[in-house]
Design a protein around this ligand. Sequence first.
Ligand code: FMN
Length: 166
Amino acid sequence: MSLIFKRHSVRRFTDQKVEDEKIENLLKAGMQAPSACNQQAWEFIVVSKPEDKLAISKMHEYAKPAEKASHLIVTLGNLNGANCHRLIDQDLGACNENILLQATHEGLGAVWLGFHPIEDRTLRLKEYLNIPDNCIPFSVICVGYPAYESEVKLRYDESKVHYDRY
Ligand SMILES: Cc1cc2nc3c(=O)[nH]c(=O)nc-3n(C[C@H](O)[C@H](O)[C@H](O)COP(=O)(O)O)c2cc1C
């Protein structure tokens, strides 16, 4: 099975720091994603200071995995660099999934924390990380070495597939 069927969210991490080269590989994978008009309007903030991870882990009730992650990758959509800006959310979705798949490939664990378009969450992140107004804080991806193993359940559901017409 491909990496897609091995990926799953990891929310607890060991204390082992993720190597810089692996973080760079995750960023390369993110930037390899398809984007509308090939606009590639993504940017990233890599966060690794304990105090910053703690602050981000408190930004919403489901953000706790951020505290003990080795690194956080904050994904941003830069509207200034976007010709097809109405599709930027979809670009960032593809970019996020690429990062998660590459994390699986590198033997890392990761979880995507939702921020955009929930306004109170994005405002906290913008203010804390000095993100300019032209950038949408899309998500925070927590990355680290997994502290546990889990099995992936296959989700294929024939009833969700329609042929020719709904
Ligand atoms: C847009 C989006 C937002 C998410 N936000 C959170 C979050 O804030 N906290 C969290 O622990 N997991 C979050 N997740 C992870 C989902 O809970 C997870 O992908 C889902 O339960 C399926 O599990 P799996 O990733 O192990 O396949 C998010 C996933 C997506 C795609």
